[in-house]
Design a protein around this ligand. Sequence first.
Ligand SMILES: [Zn+2]
Length: 162
Amino acid sequence: MSGSYLAAVDMTLLMPELIEAYVDLAEQLQQTTGIVYRAYMGYRTPQEQARLYDNYKAGKGGKAAPAWQSAHQWGIAIDVQPYNPGPTWDERAYQPLWAALGTHPTLRTGREFADGPHVEYRNPDGAWSASRLAALPRVGSGELAGRAWPLIRRLTGANPAT
Ligand SMILES: [Zn+2]
């Protein structure tokens, strides 16, 4: 059941705290609104990020940051789409999600930087901007759990995953 929210992305490359918090939130929202918020993007390699950025610069794709300037490279962000009941990009279907994220203790919406589908693990100092991401090691997907997430937990004051 909970897998349906994240079935389209590789959950092994997302920080466990993000998964746990997001599934809880998506379950609550489905119960209260009937809308299902499904992730369509999770972890991205820097190569994938660079390609999205090139497309964006060429006017051929949605807003995207350069490689290593996106929280997606560290498995601490997902992009989600409402199903109400079919998939939609209607802003009205995003409103309950944005409202819930506005007061959420550990998740943040990218809406403040004009990226409404984006949900990221909360940095208490603000969005994961390029300067904040610069403090993280540039590791590949195989080293996220060992080298990146422990540092992110320290920076965000999160308890270690059990
Ligand atoms: Zn995103």
